[in-house]
Design a protein around this ligand. Structure first.
Ligand SMILES: [Zn+2]
Length: 461
């Protein structure tokens, strides 16, 4: 059988891998590649015929893994899309959000360009609905027979609710072969999520490498860090803490950590606004799949009730409510998206607070080069918001304690749990070149065979 790495090859986004057997083709993930500004144009064609694919299997809902499924369906894919139940729910939210982003980009670029128009949306709401009809959900840790020769199993990896490694057992010309795709690997003791589960022994492993060569800080917990920052910003002074956060995953982890802090009385009450309608919908998905949250979180629920609801917290729905936060003059915490500050309601909060000495902006995720978040993190003294240059008087802070990815050690451990005599090859994807190189070196030193595939490179398994 052939494995072709069609995406996330020597880069992070656009995960897409094709497994071709004699009479059957499986696509693993179908993500948006958004390394370039022109990604809407870049993603509109596939290097294979979508009508030839028999089944698609999805590791998790993040848009760099799921975001091009509607294009696949629009171009004639008629098979099933297999994933875990929370992945289906979160993917629907993210794909619909993706359409809204396409539409807003289209209308923005139209302004001032008489008769012109912005990039055409890659797909529309109706295509997302057609895509959702193809989803078939399968629980974690159960073998599901795709046909007589192929079985799939979803293994929990933390990272995001529903996220799984995919393990395929394939009878190929009378020989059994096992192949695992890690998707994105989370980390231990992450708020709300289960720890990544070890993989069974496999013949081939396609692994992510995002944090290859890098280690997360381990000197404190997220609760300790938040207590310290809230104390400095909102208790000692009447300030505002603004936390840009992705609406799905990061926000729920943050809300749960804050709930723990305030329910244990570690700080006096401080008002918290979660200003993102998408975050509210995603939180409902977390509630709906409560049985899949980690033991600590379920225990919290048994003792104190809903992890995502408490006295100090308000979910902000409509735009008017969002605007009125500017008139709230008590110390408060505002959690809003987008995480890298590119658009979304967070920009309004920044506009009103970036010149406030009593404001702290806390980054809890990665900010890609070229984004406003990145400019603030590198210490730009002036930023442009709503076409105005504003001096940055707010304090800028960052923590990696809520990063959803395992670090170098976690990634390496995932490989070295495999028997080097059985594991024939490790393919490294989903990483920038430095990360890929240092993870590859560490894996090679441990006695395994490693490849860093080029985009479109084909491997005989
Ligand atoms: Zn992910």
């Amino acid at each position: 059988m052939d494995l072709t790495i069609w995406g996330a090859a020597k880069q992070v986004t656009g995960s897409m891998h094709l497994l071709e057997m004699e009479n059957y083709k499986i696509l693993i993930d179908c993500g948006l590649d958004y390394e370039k500004d022109t990604y809407q144009e870049e993603n509109q064609y596939f290097p294979f015929d979508p009508t030839d694919i028999d089944v698609a299997i999805l590791t998790h809902a993040h848009i760099d893994h799921s975001g091009n499924l509607p294009t696949l369906v629009r171009m004639g894919f008629r098979g099933q899309i297999l994933c875990t139940p929370p992945t289906a729910d979160l993917t629907e939210l993210l794909l619909l959000d993706s359409v809204n982003i396409f539409l807003s980009k289209q209308s923005k670029r139209t302004k001032g360009k008489r008769g012109g128009s912005g990039p055409k949306p890659l797909y529309l709401h109706k295509h997302v609905m057609d895509t959702m009809e193809r989803f078939v959900t399968i629980s974690f840790d159960k073998d599901f027979k795709i046909n007589n020769d192929i079985t799939v199993r979803f293994i929990p990896v933390g990272h995001l609710l529903g996220a799984a490694a995919i393990v395929l057992t394939i009878q190929d010309k009378g020989q059994e072969k096992k192949i695992a795709f890690t998707g994105d690997i989370g980390r231990k003791n992450y708020p709300v999520l289960v720890d990544p589960q070890p993989l069974p022994a496999v013949d081939y492993l396609v692994s992510e490498s995002t944090y290859g060569g890098r280690m997360h800080t381990r000197d404190s917990t997220i609760e300790q860090k938040l207590v310290e920052i809230i104390n400095d910003t909102c208790v000692k002074f009447p300030g505002r803490l603004i936390i840009p956060a992705f609406s799905i995953g990061r926000t729920q982890a943050l809300v749960y950590s804050l709930n723990k802090i305030f329910s244990e009385g570690l700080l006096p009450p401080v008002k918290i606004f979660v200003d993102s309608p998408l975050a509210s919908f995603a939180t409902d998905v977390y509630r709906r799949h409560h049985e899949l949250l980690n033991e600590e979180s379920r225990e919290f629920y048994r003792r104190k009730g809903d992890e995502f609801e408490f006295e100090e917290l308000s979910y902000v729905q409509d735009k008017r409510e969002s605007i009125s936060i500017s008139n709230y003059h008590e110390p408060c915490i505002i959690i809003s998206s987008a995480g890298m500050l590119e658009g979304g309601r967070i920009q309004d909060h920044l506009y009103h607070n970036i010149q406030n000495y009593y404001c702290t902006i806390l980054f809890i995720g990665y900010c890609a080069k070229g984004t406003l978040g990145n400019r603030l993190l590198r210490g730009d003294p002036i930023v442009n918001l709503r076409r105005r240059d504003l001096m940055v008087f707010a304090t800028i802070k960052q923590t990696d304690l809520l990063s959803g990815h395992g670090d170098h050690e976690d990634l390496l451990n995932n490989v070295i749990k495999q028997d080097p005599k059985l594991l024939k090859k490790v393919f490294l994807v989903h990483g920038e070149s430095k990360s890929l190189q240092s993870l590859a070196e560490a894996i090679t030193e441990s006695g395994y065979n490693v490849e860093i595939p080029e985009k479109g490179e084909v491997f005989k398994l």
